[in-house]
Design a protein around this ligand. Structure first.
Ligand SMILES: CC/C=C/C/C=C\C[C@@H](/C=C/C=C\C/C=C\C/C=C\CCC(=O)O)OO
Ligand SMILES: [Fe+2]
Length: 664
């Protein structure tokens, strides 16, 4: 019994408030009290009221909410409820996080914010709540097989099928759809503008290159033909995931007669430990697209590089297709070839890189992997679980952006079918092949970068920043895990957590235990490493892979989305051949629009670690998050200072530019 002060906090984005009245209850260990219909929640407001309760409720466990509507049903976004009690003349604050939509006339039950594993709840005070909550979440969030052989996704035919709690908020939706319309309008304008234009020289791409503001995109247009600029992209461009240090000459690299000199040079660089390669064999045999009746073409190149003492990565040789017994030995294209021949060979490499970047590095290894984490988290972890509280800010909007990708980008008739040479079904086979070789180590930079021989290279800025961020995130995760798991046995005996791990590996990632993913956590260290990978993937890796589309894909010849003629088999290449091969005006315009749409800064972007939602309570988690933010701030200053001395600043992993989840 006694007086309680209650604060109701409503979300601040559009339509968060409600004209309906809200009914609240306080639920304690000993009794429950109805507080009556107290208010109509107002957007962006915190509204307080006081009540006297006659019953002896005991320690508060839950607040229950219900929206009462007479006529108009409008959903209310409740941020949190805070209750102050007065015990022994001491004021005590108890927070009940929500951050969900209250809709319909259902009663929502909010547990107080202390993070509880099931093992800690020895009295079983929350057991029934957790069971009912997870039963409801499993009904709402179901696994689906969008295409066989690809990671499982959420069961939603379109974003409209998703639960309201994971939908884009109004401002995000308006921005996303509005800029798409603006982009499509720009395409129409460009088509009109170029209706009578020639498309016969590389400079003709200038007619549609309207990226006057983007400094790096302009630098790409200026320098894309240079070999050092070509090599730089494999270290610090939009796709730093293919390059690896050679440990031997690749078996596919058959030296054609008369090219013995290059073999000597390659072997010399190999001996010096500065030979590198980018191998696109995953594309070998993929069925090319047919666009508006025109057959497109694909290659599966291999590029050999040498790392110079000044840190420049220079291409030494390009083999466009792997050798096969039924054909002559494929030619090796060299920097000493006629300039247009060498340029076309490099363009073929960049077209192949576009495919693996967008399908393997971007869509599969960030978006679709993050979706598996999101679905498993909603299905296996109660909202009270500390790992739910840790991860949920890093899963914001991911289910919707991925569902939109499945319905607009890689769908029948989607963007890939319209302008990409792996479209038309080849893109699905690339996704299947990439899924089949998706390993746990490849998602963990300390392992992946070591396996690729990329440690200790001063000019590898992505590598440096990625490893620094991995360590910072690792300390953040350890801070939270050690607050809630006192020893390894507590991890082993946490059923929700073990179910989460198993559901990710065995179901979502498609039997990935065969590729190194865990089916259980045996120690706090295991758990921390896995959680670090989850957060790194959903934040750092996606930002490093997504942002560069704006800079590196705007000048289409630098990263052609499709190729309209077969790869050259001789060194007699003309400008006509080059222009007939590169994307046409329509394809180039759509590539520019989509790259801009996907690569641009998101207006409602939440930077890494800067989420405002307070799922945890108490000083411990707050101190861990605060230290995480301090470490990110220190790294921010380091990167800004480093970039000041670089001709080409590397900014994609600057913490202030890393989004807290995958939202685009
Ligand atoms: C060509 C770029 C390919 C990217 C694939 C990688 C990741 C997916 C991407 C998310 C995309 C989400 C939604 C789709 C985006 C735009 C839709 C495009 C055109 C629609 C036009 C129309 O309405 O028909 O990560 O950023
Ligand atoms: Fe993306």
């Amino acid at each position: 019994m006694g007086r309680y002060r209650v604060r109701v906090a409503t979300g601040s984005f559009a339509f968060s408030g409600s004209t309906n009245q809200v009914q609240l209850w306080l639920v304690g260990q000993r009794a429950e009290a109805e507080l009556g219909m107290q208010l109509r929640p107002t957007r962006g407001q915190m509204e307080d009221f006081e009540v006297d309760v006659s019953e002896d409720l005991g320690p508060l466990l839950f607040v229950k909410l219900q929206k009462i509507h007479l006529f108009l049903k409008d959903a209310w976004f409740c941020n949190h409820i805070t209750v102050w009690t007065f015990e022994k003349s001491m004021e005590k604050e108890i927070v009940f996080p929500c951050y969900r939509w209250v809709q319909g006339d259902g009663i929502i039950c909010l547990p107080e914010a202390t993070a509880w594993t099931m093992g800690k709840d020895v009295q079983g005070l929350f057991q029934k709540h957790r069971e009912e909550e997870l039963e409801e979440r499993r009904r709402l969030y179901r696994w689906a097989t969008w295409k066989k052989g690809i990671l499982l996704s959420v069961d939603a035919k379109s974003e409209k099928d998703l639960p309201l709690d994971v939908r884009f908020h109004e401002n995000k939706k308006i921005d996303f759809e509005g800029t798409l319309i603006a982009g499509m309008t720009e395409i129409a304008l460009k088509r009109t503008y170029t209706l009578l234009s020639s498309w016969s020289s590389l400079e003709d791409f200038d007619q549609i290159f309207w990226c006057s503001k983007n400094t790096l995109a302009k630098k790409v247009r200026q320098s894309w033909k240079d070999d050092d600029f070509f090599g730089y992209q494999f270290l610090n461009g939009v796709n730093p995931t293919v390059l690896r240090r050679s440990t031997s000459l690749p078996t596919r690299l058959v030296i054609p007669p008369g090219a013995e000199e290059i073999q000597i040079q390659l072997e010399k660089k190999l001996q010096e430990g500065c030979l590198f390669e980018a191998d696109f064999s995953l594309l070998d045999g993929i069925q090319p697209n047919v666009i508006q009746g025109e057959r497109q073409y694909l290659a599966a190149p291999l590029v050999m590089f040498k790392m110079e003492h000044d840190g420049k990565l220079l291409p030494m040789a390009i083999q466009l297709q792997p050798p096969c017994s039924s054909s002559p030995v494929p030619p090796l294209f060299l920097p000493s070839d006629p300039s247009l021949t060498w340029l076309l060979a490099k363009a073929w490499v960049k077209n192949s890189d576009f495919q693996l970047h967008e399908l393997q590095a971007h869509l599969l290894k960030t978006h679709l992997v993050a979706e598996v984490f999101a679905v498993a988290t909603m299905r296996c972890l109660s909202g009270m679980h500390p790992i739910f509280k840790l991860l949920i800010p890093h899963l914001r909007y991911t289910l919707e952006i991925n569902t939109r990708a499945r319905t607009k980008l890689i769908s029948d008739g989607g963007i890939f079918d319209q302008v990409v040479n792996t479209g038309g079904g080849g893109h699905l086979e690339v996704l299947r092949r990439a899924t089949a070789c998706l390993t746990y180590r490849s998602l963990c930079p300390p392992d992946d970068l070591a396996d690729r021989g990329l440690l200790g290279i001063p000019s590898a800025l992505y590598v440096h920043d990625a490893l620094r961020l991995w360590d910072i995130i690792s300390r953040y995760v350890q801070g939270i895990v050690h607050l809630h798991y006192s020893e390894d046995k507590v991890v082993q005996n946490d059923p929700e957590l073990q179910n989460w791990c198993r559901e990710i590996t065995e179901i979502g990632l498609h039997g990935a235990q065969a590729r190194g993913f865990p089916v259980s956590f045996q120690s706090r260290a295991d758990l921390c490493y896995f959680l670090t990978m989850c957060i790194f993937t959903c934040t750092v890796q996606h930002s490093g892979i997504n942002q560069g589309q704006l800079d590196w894909y705007a000048w289409v010849p630098n990263a052609p989305c499709t190729m309209r003629q077969p790869p050259p088999t001789t060194k007699d290449v003309t400008l006509e051949m080059v222009m007939a091969t590169l994307p046409n005006i329509q394809q180039a315009c759509l590539q520019m629009t989509i790259s801009w749409h996907l690569g641009r800064f998101q207006p409602d972007m939440v930077p890494l670690g800067q989420h405002k939602e307070e799922y945890f309570s108490g000083p411990g988690p707050k101190a861990v998050l605060s230290f995480f933010q301090e470490e990110l701030n220190t790294l921010e200053k380091e990167i800004v200072a480093r970039n000041k001395n670089l001709d080409l600043p590397y900014e994609y992993l600057q913490p202030s530019r890393i989004e807290n989840s995958i939202t685009i």
